[in-house]
Ligand binder design. Structure first.
Ligand SMILES: [Zn+2]
Length: 199
């Protein structure tokens, strides 16, 4: 074996060099792919689902709060069908700005500059009412039996951090925080864990 190595030293080092080059190229390629993926993950993407009811257009509004909710379609089996959820919203003449699917997809129903009817009779900790006109509503597709998925929390965190960059947000609250006698959503959510991801 020692002889073989001595005799083929050049050849072996050539092979080793080639392997090393391949290894370096492989590591570089993996790194580039990861970087691209990480970048793509950071970009917020929306699926436009504009609604015609459950909202009001206004000239100027002062957005100071973000309210998180849970929602699902309670008519039939398709709990998490976005179109059926929107249909249900229109039946009750309510809406929110965003709905986040179980897979983390973010649907935009109402533009942030417009008022969405998502809060109902409610109150901020500072006593302010009329929350719809001061807030952005985000619904997570969740039933009372299920918790939000990891992808949903990731998208919610990205969305809230993005909204925070654009407005002077004073409150990030659950629907149950602003209407404790009427509402219990968002259901089964690790709220403190979510808040830890907010910048
Ligand atoms: Zn709610």
């Amino acid at each position: 074996m020692a002889n073989f190595v001595a005799e083929n030293k050049n050849k072996i080092s050539q092979i080793m060099n080639r392997l090393n080059r391949k290894k370096t190229a492989f590591i570089l390629l993996t790194f580039m792919l990861c970087a691209t993926f990480a970048h793509a993950q950071k970009e917020l993407k929306f699926i436009e689902k504009p609604v015609s009811s459950g909202k009001r257009t206004v000239l100027n509004r002062n957005i100071t709060a973000i309210i998180v909710h849970s929602t699902y379609n309670s008519f039939g089996d398709e709990k998490y069908d976005i179109d059926l959820i929107i249909k249900q919203f229109s039946r009750y003449r309510v809406s929110s700005h965003y709905v986040i699917g179980r897979d983390g997809l973010i649907y935009r129903l109402v533009k942030e500059k417009d008022v969405a009817f998502h809060a109902g009779k409610s109150q901020l900790p500072n006593g302010q009412t009329g929350l719809n006109s001061r807030s952005i509503g985000i619904e997570l597709m969740t039933s009372k039996e299920e918790a939000p998925t990891e992808q949903q929390i990731k998208s919610l965190t990205m969305l809230v951090n993005d909204i925070k960059k654009r407005y002077k947000i004073e409150y990030i609250l659950r629907h149950s925080d602003i209407a404790p006698n009427r509402k219990t959503d968002p259901w089964n959510m690790d709220w403190e864990g979510f808040l830890q991801g907010i910048k």
